[in-house]
Design a protein around this ligand. Structure first.
Ligand code: BG6
Ligand code: MG
Length: 223
């Protein structure tokens, strides 16, 4: 299969920021004296902000009003924003910069499908904003594992979902890709949590783009 476009999750795929989200949630959990189980980190990956808060609050959720929950989520966000202040290109994950540059050179369009409302700031700090033709708006899409944000990204690129390869580090994100009308999922990380993906790589540096993508230049010359 030859693909025409690439769609990326951000946190934990391109940027080493998944651990910063977890650090910020962990701080909040400690302040609220909520337990942090062995699988809490994995369960939080890819979930949008308010859904993540529900994981932290667990059975205590009913004790908080909607207003209190919004305040707690903004408190976590302020911890996270403090942590991302020092981000720079060195926080790109292995292979991310090289893969984006390769796709760009071959004129293969690239989109972002991140649940994070901080995504644009992170892209800027990493100095990779210019690679993205489309950044799907998480506020306009149902959260992962719904496929909406990946479908919006494909639509923004004007490429059929079945001709897109999407990259994810979270089980919820892989489920979203697999529900996106024939889109192909590359799981980035450990096999345990990404079983549903079509392909799994330990990091983007293991991904061989020339096996997947037809250069737009080449496509134009043969059509
Ligand atoms: C996802 C992260 O990319 O974005 C989650 O994997 C995070 O951990 C979610 O909760 C929402 O991010 P934000 O920045 O809008 O709170
Ligand atoms: Mg992620």
């Amino acid at each position: 299969m030859i693909y025409r476009a690439a769609i990326f999750d951000l946190d934990g795929v391109l940027a080493d920021t998944a651990r910063l989200h977890l650090k910020a949630w962990h701080q909040l959990a400690q302040e609220l004296k909520r337990p942090w189980a062995e699988d809490t980190g994995e369960r939080l990956k890819g979930l949008e902000r308010m859904a993540s808060l529900e994981v932290i609050l667990g059975e205590e959720s009913d004790r908080f009003s909607e207003k209190e929950k919004i305040d707690l989520a903004s408190r976590k966000n302020s911890y996270y924003q403090k942590l991302i202040r020092s981000l720079s290109p060195k926080d790109l994950l292995p292979g991310a910069g090289e893969l984006l540059a390769w796709l760009n050179e071959k004129q293969i369009p690239i989109a972002l499908a991140s649940a994070s409302k901080n995504a644009q700031a992170v892209l800027q700090a990493l100095e990779i904003s210019h690679y993205f033709s489309t950044i799907a708006d998480p506020e306009q899409s149902a959260p992962k594992p719904c496929p909406d944000i990946f479908l919006a990204a494909a639509q923004g690129l004007q490429v059929e979902p079945e001709l897109c390869v999407a990259f994810e580090d979270a089980a919820a994100g892989v489920a979203a890709i697999k529900a996106a009308n024939g889109m192909t999922a590359v799981g980035v990380g450990s096999e345990n949590s990404l079983r549903e993906a079509d392909f799994i790589v330990g990091s983007l540096s293991e991904f061989v783009p020339k096996d997947f993508f037809l250069s737009a230049i080449h496509a134009a010359s043969i059509s």
